[in-house]
Design a protein around this ligand. Structure first.
Ligand code: UDP
Length: 322
């Protein structure tokens, strides 16, 4: 197969490209480096079967060579990023998804959308099954990401129903691992970088809000299986083990041996209070479930950030812009 991966210089996009290359497929990577990194791309460029196009997928592009799959992973995904570039976020989720669907239609290729647990907003159903329609504030600060992804799901289903495009939608829950940007502002990268620098871990609110963290190896395997399945309806891909943010801070402090402690900062607007995937559908239809627990996953991730802190003085980034 020859597949296009948008956001190939990003955290998930680059790991997904690797997954396809490992199985002998060819990958065309696309990125505009809005939030992707040239280091991630550097590792991919050394692999046979990988080619790269620098382009903003919010603008149309034509591919002359055949494609069997289009996987749309281009988008800012950290709240700190999408609060800073809300219009680009809306454009890549809407116009970018439209352009990707057009490419898939023109090539008769399968399309997979990287959707998100954010389509559930601040959920009133817990854990979240795919059948839950969500509780999103469209005009709040997170609306640019949440509504872009909800629109992306809607246009994906419209292309499926109206044009017969073969489509897949994965709803990705909080994921962590190597190749995350140290300063992307997400909680796992922030806490590890802060602990390694000996700075207090910035917990927002009382730290009682929960998230369920999936190691990137599990996440990518679930996405890869969803792409190769016949499941058109959206499917949750995430790890159901749920932790409070305060618990996460304590685990990171323990695993890094840091005595830096915690700094309490205000809770950002519309921050979801709970989040946990119901993965019954993925278990049944994809025969998939996560294998890597949080502590094991963090142990695999800490050395990556350690190298970046040591060699480049990598820093965390919080909602207040520090
Ligand atoms: N969070 C935190 N400190 C940080 C970064 C995030 O307490 O330095 C909290 C944030 O308020 C949220 C959770 O951690 O409740 C996850 O935040 P993240 O930015 O990773 O992604 P989200 O799940 O909100 O999209």
């Amino acid at each position: 197969m020859r597949v296009l991966v948008t956001g190939a210089a990003g955290f998930l996009g680059s790991h997904l490209a690797d997954r396809f290359l490992n199985d002998g497929h060819q990958v065309v990577g696309l990125d505009n480096f809005s939030t992707g990194s040239r280091e991630n791309l550097g590792e991919l460029l050394e692999r046979p079967g990988f080619t790269f196009v620098e382009h903003d997928i919010s603008r149309p592009i034509v591919f002359a060579e055949p494609l069997d799959g289009v996987l749309h992973f281009a988008s800012p995904a950290s709240p700190v990023d999408y609060l800073e570039i809300p219009i680009q976020t809306l454009k890549v989720g809407s116009l970018g998804t439209h352009n990707c669907l057009g490419i898939a239609k023109a090539h008769g290729a399968r399309f997979l959308l990287a959707s998100t647990s954010e389509v559930y907003g601040d959920p009133q159903v817990h854990p979240q099954p795919e059948s839950y329609w969500g509780h999103v504030n469209p005009v709040g600060v997170r609306g640019c990401y949440d509504e872009a992804k909800r629109f992306a799901e809607a246009i994906t289903m419209a292309y499926h129903r109206y044009h017969g495009v073969d489509t897949r939608i994965v709803r990705i829950f909080n994921t962590y691992g190597t190749r995350m940007r140290p300063g992307d502002g997400r909680v796992v990268s922030n806490f590890i970088v802060q602990a390694l620098r000996g700075e207090p871990l910035t917990v927002y609110g009382e730290g009682t809000q929960t998230r369920s963290f999936c190691h990137v190896s599990d996440e990518v395997e679930g996405i890869y299986r969803a792409f190769h399945s016949s499941l058109v309806e959206p499917v949750n891909i995430g790890n159901p083990s749920e932790f409070t943010i305060r618990e996460l801070a304590e685990i990171v402090l323990r695993l890094t041996g840091s005595g830096a402690g915690i700094e309490w900062l205000p809770l950002p607007e519309d921050d979801p209070k709970v989040r946990q995937p119901d993965i019954t559908l993925a278990r049944r239809e994809l025969g998939w479930e996560p294998r890597v627990g949080l502590e094991e996953g963090l142990r695999r991730t800490i050395p990556y950030f350690e190298a970046l802190v040591r060699t480049r003085g990598a820093k965390s980034r919080t909602v207040s812009g520090d």
